[in-house]
Design a protein around this ligand. Structure first.
Ligand code: HEM
Length: 136
């Protein structure tokens, strides 16, 4: 695994490590106020980033685009903003950062939607090309 696939996957591993440690800390302190932050770090961080990483590994032509790096940048900014913003919000602060994080996170999924569709179109042979392909 290399390039953007590696960065997505590695970020996911870092996120789940932090999320698990956070879960242990919540249990030890018997204070579950921050459990939504733990859940988002694990589900957006580990599950979503991990899936992005696996996709880019399986579809290298999608990984070799500037859009893939833009996707990583927007997704990372979203994950950090959701985590920090939700923590501040649950501690009684403003919701501005978590709202920004949500917008960035859904934007990153929008970029991924475009990527998956473009790759599908690129990999689907046109009917004319299929007809012209010699058998064997
Ligand atoms: C060492 C590993 C983990 C520990 C110690 C841990 C611990 C916890 C604790 C203490 C809670 C709060 C329970 C409560 O409010 O009563 C929780 C909630 C939750 N955890 Fe974990 N967890 C771990 C791993 C994970 C992973 C890997 C995921 C997802 C991929 C995950 C997803 C969730 C979700 C969705 C909730 C519910 C959050 C909510 O209701 O706001 N956890 N976890």
């Amino acid at each position: 695994m290399k390039g953007v696939a590696f960065y997505f996957f590695f970020t996911g591993v870092v996120a789940v490590m932090l999320g698990m440690l956070w879960g242990i800390q919540m249990s030890a302190a018997q204070d579950y106020t921050m459990s939504p932050v733990h859940a988002h770090l694990n589900l957006v961080g580990w599950v979503t980033f991990g899936l992005f990483g696996i996709y880019y590994h399986l579809v290298p032509s999608a990984a070799q685009t500037r859009l893939a790096w833009a996707h990583y940048g927007v997704a990372l900014a979203g994950l950090v903003a959701i985590t920090v913003g939700l923590t501040l919000y649950l501690a009684g602060g403003s919701d501005a950062i978590v709202v920004a994080g949500s917008v960035l996170t859904v934007a990153s999924m929008g970029i991924f939607l475009v990527t998956v569709w473009r790759q599908h179109r690129a990999e689907t042979p046109l009917p004319a090309a299929q007809e012209g392909t010699p058998a064997g």
